[in-house]
Design a protein around this ligand. Sequence first.
Ligand code: GDP
Ligand code: MG
Length: 538
Amino acid sequence: FPVENIRNFSIVAHVDHGKSTLADRLLELTGTIDKTKNNKQVLDKLQVERERGITVKAQTASLFHNCEGKQYLLNLIDTPGHVDFSYEVSRSLSACQGVLLVVDANEGIQAQTVANFFLAFEAQLSVIPVINKIDLKNADPEMFDIPSDECIKISAKLGTNVESVLQAVIERIPPPKVHRKNPLRALVFDSTFDQYRGVIANVALFDGVVSKGDKIVSAHTQKTYEVNEVGVLNPNEQPTHKLYAGQVGYLIAGMKNVTEAQIGDTLYLHKQPVEPLPGFKSAKPMVFAGMYPVDQSEYNNLKSAIEKLTLNDSSVTVHRDSSLALGAGWRLGFLGLLHMEVFNQRLELEYNASVILTTPTVPYKAVLSSSKLIKARRAVQKNMIFIDQNRVMLKYLFPLNEIVVDFYDSLKSLSSGYASFDYEDAGYQTAELVKMDILLNGNNVEELVTVVHKDKAHSIGKAICERLKDSLPRQLFEIAIQAAIGSKIIARETVKAYRKNVLAKCLLKRQAEGKKKLRKIGNVEVPKDAFIKVLKTQ
Ligand code: GDP
Ligand code: MG
């Protein structure tokens, strides 16, 4: 394929504005998939995506399209719209020269529309604005301040005017600037782990050619591999003889261990070393949680499941951790609460793992008693800088435990998604902290032990008890839920016992739910998602 007939582009937009639906129509129009009534978000291949109706992973598809007698190769990447997955978007853009920026004609420009525009702008990509959902009654495609010859008005659902999107991709996005005669330089921008074939790396070729049988080297590990298979995603894997510079595809080279295949790595030919590509900035975790196997005997299985899944989701950070009650586990960092839920659900759906997620923890240094004399510290404003007329940067000193759970999500919702947040470590500070226990019928729930500021102990303790009350099923006896500091009870809730006549019914229901793993604390059965519910709104 001549380079000038290749176009690499992503579809970006705010969540639900119709990216995946537009991708369906483009796949149909180019004959990549058959046109049926049932094509709904076909690139949302993960079970978690189908269950939730949202895209969480960027997906690549190669389309062939004839235009004015020439054959074009269009590599499309559908991306997620939710802010928690913007790391997927920024990585995808590294393989592209342009984007389709889709805007829902009913909703107009939203936070992620702006964020994605800036991502594309900073990466110096061509931006094609696409106004979608013009079929809706209240759609107002004229409200946008974009010259009308620049933006394309479509209905992705009905397929209206979608051909002009293809036309614009060919006319307005430049072909990749690459050199096929140079030695191979391939960027690994995503990878997945296949049980039988090992690591499948998604690659964008910046220079050269790669064929089956080539000896290649990973710039990251310096290990050498033989290429077993190369191909394009159509949207399923379709082997080809070679991949050329300018193409986006996949490569399998006998990498059996997930640590061998780093996202952002550069692959080159054994005999022709090259300067590695810049790779990616690492993602910054915003929410931390402890993760433990329900049963310690599953530790190794869970470890390998987490490793494989983090290969496919490199924005999750993993550190070993341990808890008295739960044994060995990990402290994981996520980009938001939705990301945490999706990761947890993918472990269950794709790896059949069952895990316990605990209250997020941060490391403290404990100094005994006498320093309690020192005043508590809350957020302290450091400075305020106006970046331009519309943006201001505020710097605060925060106790880390105030920001690890839902600070980021609250900030996003308070500011309708426009505020962004970054942090760096300011070292340890002295504070008046107490250890708070949660008891179920007098038994300590180790998963919910927290270190909290003395002034907040009462309100946090009360909130945890209330949450736990809502998420604990009634049992044969009354359950007392208490928050305690040392021997002092600071909050209490009660879950009443079942009345006898509803007993039979609930036993049946319990059997149906029997598959769900339960934790036993004393005589009280705690469903595993109770912990997640407690920690989410704490
Ligand atoms: P994404 O989150 O941007 O990928 O959005 P989806 O493609 O998953 O679409 C979100 C919802 O909008 C789905 O229910 C689609 O059926 C609907 N949708 C997408 N395009 C159109 C359109 O042109 N018109 C109408 N009425 N609905 C659309
Ligand atoms: Mg989508």
